[in-house]
Design a protein around this ligand. Sequence first.
Ligand code: KG4
Ligand code: ZN
Length: 323
Amino acid sequence: MVEDGVKEISTVVASSANLHEKTEGIVPEIAARKQVEYIVPVISEALEKAADALVVRSQENVIRNIDALAVTVGPGLIGSLLVGVEAAKALSVAWNKPLIPVNHLIGHIYGNWLEAEPLPEFPAVVLIASGGHTDLVLMKDHGNYEYLGGTYDDAAGESFDKTARLLGISRYLGGAALSRKAAECKDNFIAGRLPRPLLHEENYDFSFSGLKTAVKRLIEDEDLPVEVVACEFEAAVVDVLVEKTIRAAREKHVRCILLAGGVSANTQLRSRLKLEAGNIPVFVPPLRFTGDSASYIASAAYFNQVYKPWDQIQANPSLGVMD
Ligand code: KG4
Ligand code: ZN
């Protein structure tokens, strides 16, 4: 639950990551079944927490205070999306509240509005780097985006995950673990043993699939400690992300840079962007809003409906998910 698009009142995250660890990847049906199990208790707990935060006595009082509901409609796993959309539709009709559909990736961007002081100004260049996407977007206003470029193949997070698996660091979602391993690299010596794909191309595109092959070759050719390879890999990815993002920001004369998506938790990426952006302000989401969170979905809904009175948006019993 979020107030004015910027203040988190309550949030609950239910994760089935430990189950996916066992299967070394997401089994979509298991994720959806768990969601069916958890969705009502999670909503109930969020209302309970909101009642405490707002110092009201009951969940009914919280519900009375709600202006509108927001729900992720994609992109994502269809089973999980359907559980969320159906639950939101049911509540919207039962409580007679407007229901606002939100794109998952746009949601990630609004992690930068939560608890931000001052708020980001437009135009902004946004780097969305997650497990499924790596995109550079020019955000001209709320709801006004121009796609600048993106990955031809693997997403940045995906390449972290695949490399972590290759190095025996983690078998599932290994980005954070790989980064911790890289930090063990004592003298932090980066020899530039790996390529920087598309770095010098005159575009805003990325390509990360070749990097994991290069890592494989590096391990075969040289007997290097794991932390050194992790460090080299992280430096290669961060170099490309930082340089292309800053180039886009300069060429588009933006007022700030926004970082979004799971990879925005990466310490090197956060600090290098800030260091190298010079006088262009860089916004990074607070760490708890880098991973998936309902709060930034609410924030995205707030800022994208702000010019339209809530009571003109109806409950939408036939809302679907994104194609
Ligand atoms: O946005 P997200 O939570 O999920 C979606 O893909 O929607 O992003 C997850 C991705 C995973 O690939 C994960 O390994 C990566 O973000 N990630 C990181 C770090 N923390 C999470 N990658 C690099 N460094 C990190 N600290
Ligand atoms: Zn996500």
